[in-house]
Design a protein around this ligand. Structure first.
Ligand code: CU
Length: 375
């Protein structure tokens, strides 16, 4: 099925394309022969290769699902505490970064496995951190174990394709791409090799933070979390290897939502930990590929939310929409100990994995929150 659907859709594109040409030929303003020829050439040179690549990619995904017998890595969970150090520089510099693309079999939930495509064996990939004005030299290596090509489209890049055309790497290949970070903000990066939605659905996304000169204001603790949704052949909770289900992806009907690459990543494997009195900054992104997140922390109020420049923040928000292909920054302070739940406030998704825990330790503060029932 996964091979047939793109081909049918490909034929639809083919049909629509030529109907338009015929329509132009029979309409009030007939297309010239050169227009028809140019259109046909564009189809052969651009559309057809993309369709062929899409067919091939789906075949590879099918074959990997059929061959998936054992785990390559136990899980692809990105530790939410694993954040690069803040920037305090005042002068731009050249920053050298490196990503490795991999194709691994790993756990999506307890007892359920999935064929992931990743940056550095985790979902999301590593958080990248630079300062505005920096020149970034990003090296992408594609593991020699890979079967397909990969690349990275960084939304922080100003230029066609976000750098993806400059750094498409075949299995075993390595390329370095240079760009200047012109805009302060929190941005996503994702694989954009055709078809990009398949590579994202397999787990290929992460965040790049471009800090202002001198860095973001100091906080006590930072976290890095990204939501994604998964289209598996079996229903949520079904045991065994779960093949990628393209029909569910086209219908936008995911079986799983994850924060950091596993149904219980931030619930049981690596919950967030902090202390009463601390100020927190949480970089929260959404890889998608299709579904936006309504991010909320139950029992907390975001002091600041900003989606681009930290200068344009919103104060005292409760839930904030983070679209697929985007990263937002949330700042809050912790007054009271306990377990705080991170959710997508489209709450039926919690039952499909959109849940994490922020564990806050420290003294009670009954003036703010009564810690025991009144007798
Ligand atoms: Cu890829």
């Amino acid at each position: 099925m996964t091979r047939i659907v793109p081909w049918v859709r490909g034929k639809k594109i083919f049909r629509v394309f030529f109907l338009r040409l015929i329509d132009r030929n029979s309409g009030r303003r007939p297309a010239s022969r050169s227009v028809v020829m140019a259109g046909a050439a564009a189809f052969l040179l651009v559309v057809f290769p993309l369709l062929a690549i899409s067919l091939l990619q789906n075949d590879v995904a099918d074959a990997q699902d059929k061959a998936a017998k054992t785990l390559t890595v136990p899980n692809v969970v990105r530790d939410p505490h694993d954040v690069p150090p803040p920037i305090h520089r005042k002068k731009p510099t050249t920053v050298k970064l490196e990503l490795t693309t991999t194709e691994v079999v790993s756990a999506l939930a307890d007892g359920s496995t999935y064929s992931f495509w990743t940056f550095n064996n985790t979902v999301p990939g590593p958080m990248l951190r630079v300062m505005v004005g920096d020149t970034v030299e990003l090296t992408i290596k594609n593991s020699s174990d890979s079967v397909v090509s990969h690349n990275a489209d960084l939304h922080a890049v100003n230029g066609p394709g976000g750098g993806a055309p400059m750094e498409t790497v075949a299995p075993g290949e390595s390329k370095t791409f240079k760009f200047k970070a012109l805009n302060v903000g929190a941005f996503i990066y994702h694989c954009a090799f055709a078809p990009p939605y398949l590579h994202i659905a397999k787990g290929m996304y992460g965040a790049i933070i471009v800090e202002p000169v001198g860095g973001l204001p100091k906080v006590d603790r930072e976290f890095y979390v990204m939501q994604g949704e998964w289209y598996t052949s079996g229903k949520f909770g079904q045991k065994g290897h779960q093949a990628f289900d393209e029909d569910k992806a086209f219908s936008e009907m995911p079986e799983y939502f994850t924060f950091n690459g596993h149904a219980t990543a931030l619930k049981t494997i690596k919950p967030l930990e902090a202390k009463v009195g601390e100020s927190i900054r949480l970089f929260f992104g959404n890889g998608g590929p299709n579904v936006g997140s309504n991010f909320h922390i139950i029992g907390e109020v975001f002091n600041k939310v900003y989606t681009g420049s930290p200068k344009t923040y919103v104060v005292n928000e409760e839930a904030w929409y983070v679209p697929p292909g985007s990263v937002a920054t949330f700042e809050l302070t912790l007054e009271v100990p306990g377990n705080y739940l991170l959710v997508d406030h489209a709450l039926w998704r919690v039952g499909k994995g959109a849940l994490g825990i922020l564990k806050v330790s420290g003294p009670q503060n009954d003036a703010i929150y009564q810690s025991a029932p009144k007798k």
